[in-house]
Ligand binder design. Structure first.
Ligand SMILES: [Zn+2]
Length: 699
């Protein structure tokens, strides 16, 4: 089987043969590739093996690359072309793959070998990769000895359990709530929600509508239901999920209280930080990120909060006035705001998504996107050939013209990408981009010329398919999503870094990785770009300017309030992970109250227990990192502003070149802050983001 197993590539630089991979290939390939990597690890960690970057890479990195390429292909197929057999094969192999990478990341002998490398033997890219490797070992506890090491391992184990329980409680409390409503009670709620809630009640043999706290039901009810008592009931249940609030109204929480879990999670993270020699968990979280210190993040958030507050107050005043005049709501409560907001949005900015869609056909949008990329970054995108996982998947190559010594020109391959845009059965929802292969001057090759591996990515979206002989129609959201994922793809493909671990998106600081993606979204709000990439599916006419202006106004609706909400979550996240919180035996709810007193313009009821279902920070990987959303938005808006400042095509081309060279090409071979400053000539500023979101008219 091994000789024909497509997951065990003979030529390490070949593209994955997606069409040939079967579930039966997974186990034998992964077992063999892990065994090979283990052997390589043993070899490079022997006492007499040279502590030399390239020698280690030749033996170990070449083998781990084979494993990650094979495993990446399996994981990718599981996401885009899932079958029960493939999922079973994936889940069976997952534990041994995870175990291998975890053990590799904490291997003391390998850490010692890396530490023994003489830094003066490294080129700048290797230095950056070496620094990152050492830092990651340290954060995995590789420096710890004896009791501290045991304690660190126990903390990791306990944290994993607690975080898992936190998430389960939120899920269980969400699912435990049910409310059966009559059609009368749901007056105002959109038809599709009525249909699905009626079907869910019918499936249980019940009359009426089954309401739940899941977003596709909760959100539209809060936004559209005219029945105030119903909204209050759902709001109360939703904002007390998995908390200590257990009474007749929130009986579903019994047994799912996250209060003690949160306290223990925060205490253990703090202890982990101290074992690693940091003042707080916030410091640990920031160590591999672009932001320098918790103080810098707090300053950033408070500044943003102050700047947005006048606009949030105006948003609130608008809602109060509208509620009193048009909705007979004199004293709005927490459960009224989403409803008032939606009614006001419709009154001011209503436009039909269906109408907009007629102007964005998939081929025309793609053509427009390619033209922007080619124009800005001096590359050509052409169709290419590869074995894909579905007939609708497209494959392209990116080339750049290069001037040869004799004056002749030739096209050089820069990177390639798979583009999978259509929703279908067996494909996970959402949109994402990831590397299939990274740019790498391969260490094992003797001839330098043939050794350069070029990057390959996949870009995945879930758009509707075309029908009736017409092309697929995209919403403006879809268009923005496509641009966003291309931003990630370009970041990985246009890199000029030759060291794999710092090439493209590899090793890029987590709070900076959305810069290139969000940057691309800005072009979807440029009138000139939109005009060129829109054409009515029947008439060929571009999107009307008046419709575009409405879309733009709707985009910035209540940006002040939305900004403050993000600032509130982010500040709370930073403060509960601070050293002060532990030394002063802080209370989670009091900390939240203090944050709300400082930044918020709306006070929720005292029973509100937002932290108890704040899974991003208590369950997932956003602990002391929630600020990253806003941080990256500031970076991308400020970077894009450099293009807005151009007044001639020549200036725009020059700015595109600087952006490509200073942001897209450098990977993580230097810090994201250095890259940003190199492009912009200064540190990032808030002004562009506030202006793009309409917060600049009066202040
Ligand atoms: Zn993204």
């Amino acid at each position: 089987m091994n000789s024909t197993n497509p997951l065990i590539a003979v030529d390490a630089t070949a593209l994955p043969r997606f069409a040939d991979i079967h579930p039966a290939h997974v186990a034998p390939a992964i077992e063999r590739l892990i065994a090979e990597a283990q052997t390589a690890l043993q070899e490079v960690t022997q006492a007499n093996f040279p502590a030399h970057w390239r020698e280690i890479a030749k033996v170990l990195d070449v083998k781990t690359e084979r494993l990650s390429a094979a495993w990446g292909a399996v994981g990718h197929l599981q996401a885009v072309a899932d079958t029960p057999e493939l999922r079973a094969a994936y889940n069976q192999a997952l534990p041994i793959v995870t175990e291998f990478w975890t053990a590799l990341g904490a291997n003391e002998a390998l850490y010692a070998k890396y530490k023994a490398i003489d830094p003066s033997t490294l080129n700048p890219e290797q230095s950056a990769a070496h620094r990152q490797a050492l830092r990651n070992f340290v954060l995995s506890g590789a420096e710890l000895q004896g009791e501290a090491k045991t304690r660190f391992a126990n903390i990791q184990q306990r944290l994993a359990e607690l975080q898992q329980s936190f998430g389960e409680h939120v899920l269980d409390a969400t699912q435990a709530f049910t409310h059966y409503a009559s059609a009368d009670e749901l007056a105002g709620v959109p038809e599709d929600v009525l249909t699905s809630t009626r079907e869910q009640a019918a499936a249980e043999g019940k009359e009426g509508h089954r309401l739940s706290l899941k977003m596709p039901c909760y959100l539209p009810v809060m936004q559209f239901a005219k029945n105030r008592a119903l909204r209050e009931r759902l709001y109360r249940a939703h904002t007390t999920r998995a908390s200590d609030v257990v009474d007749a109204e929130a009986a579903a929480n019994a047994g799912f209280d996250n209060s003690a879990l949160m306290t223990e999670i925060l205490a253990l993270r703090h202890e982990e930080a101290q074992l690693l020699g940091y003042a707080s968990y916030a410091h640990v979280s920031l160590a591999p990120k672009m932001a320098d210190s918790p103080e810098q993040v707090l300053g950033f958030l408070r500044d943003l909060g102050l700047r947005a507050k006048p606009y949030a107050l105006q948003d609130l005043a608008d809602m109060r006035e509208f509620a009193a005049q048009h909705l007979q709501l004199a004293e709005p409560q927490a459960w009224d705001w989403p409803y008032i907001s939606e009614q006001l949005r419709q009154a001011r900015y209503a436009y039909s998504e269906q109408e907009v869609k007629q102007y964005f056909t998939a081929p025309k949008v793609l053509q427009g996107l390619f033209e922007i990329i080619e124009g800005l970054f001096d590359v050509r995108i052409r169709p290419d050939q590869a074995k894909t996982w579905h007939p609708s998947v497209q494959f392209f190559r990116i080339e750049r013209e290069q001037l040869l010594n004799d004056g002749a020109k030739r096209n050089v391959l820069i990177g390639q990408f798979f583009l999978d845009t259509e929703a279908r059965t067996g494909k996970r929802g959402g949109a994402w981009a990831d590397g299939i292969r990274s740019r790498w001057l391969r260490p094992e090759s003797h001839s330098e010329a043939g050794a350069l591996q070029t990057p390959v990515t996949h870009l995945v979206c879930n758009f509707a398919s075309g029908s009736g002989g017409k092309p697929a129609l995209l919403s403006h959201d879809d268009v923005t999503t496509l641009f966003h994922e291309f931003g990630h793809g370009l970041h990985h493909m246009l890199t000029q870094v030759n060291e794999r671990d710092v090439a493209g998106i590899n090793g890029v600081e987590w709070d900076a990785v959305e810069l290139p993606s969000q940057f691309m979204e800005n072009f979807c709000w440029e009138w000139d770009t939109v005009r060129r990439m829109s054409a009515h599916v029947d008439t060929g006419e571009p999107l009307p300017r008046a419709l575009f202006d409405k879309m733009l106004a709707a985009k910035n609706f209540q940006s002040g309030l939305q900004t403050l909400r993000q600032v509130e979550f982010s500040l709370f996240d930073m403060l509960v992970h601070s050293a002060d919180f532990q030394s002063q035996k802080g209370s989670i709810l009091q900390t939240l109250q203090a944050v709300r007193d400082e930044v918020s313009v709306i006070s929720p009821p005292t029973y509100n227990r937002m932290p108890h279902s704040f899974s991003h920070i208590f369950e997932g990987g956003y602990a002391a990192g929630y600020y990253s959303y806003k941080w990256a938005e500031v970076l991308s808006a400020d970077a894009y502003a450099a293009f807005e400042e151009c007044s001639t095509p020549e200036q725009r081309a020059a700015t595109g070149l600087r952006y490509r060279q200073n942001i897209l090409e450098v990977g993580s071979s230097r810090s994201a802050m250095d890259s940003f400053k190199a492009f912009r000539g200064r540190a990032p500023e808030l002004d562009a983001l506030l202006r793009h979101q309409g917060m600049h008219l009066h202040s």
